[in-house]
Design a protein around this ligand. Sequence first.
Ligand code: HEC
Length: 111
Amino acid sequence: MNKVFLAAISIAFFTLLSSNAAVYKGQKVFVKECVKCHENGQVFISKKKIKEWKELMDQSGKALASLHLKNEKAKDSWSYFESKNYEKNSKNLKQFLVEYAKDSGNVPACN
Ligand code: HEC
């Protein structure tokens, strides 16, 4: 078999694998950190468009964090949004949110 073809296949495979891994990790973050206040996760996520989620999650999720840090009602989330952990995982969370955005074409499994 052609070497170039093999290389192309394996690159495609690893790209697929790693983006799925990010979505999966992002989902874990969402379930752990967001669902306690935003229940009905996938419905909540599908209310926003890809572009809107991207804007909120740009620069390590700066806009999303400040939106919560400004709001007294979100006080219980402040320690998380100020943590290094949030910054570190923001890329995965972004992937997950974008994956299930309104215009992503991915319909949640049970709805
Ligand atoms: C302690 C509770 C709490 C946690 C935890 C929390 N939020 Fe929020 N969030 C709020 C509150 C309160 C608001 C303000 C909106 C409101 O008053 O309904 C808000 C607003 C938002 C908005 C804007 C809503 C809109 O209609 O534009 C988004 C998006 C959002 N949160 C996403 C998240 C994500 C993603 C996480 C997890 C990383 C998260 N939130 C974690 C309490 C929380």
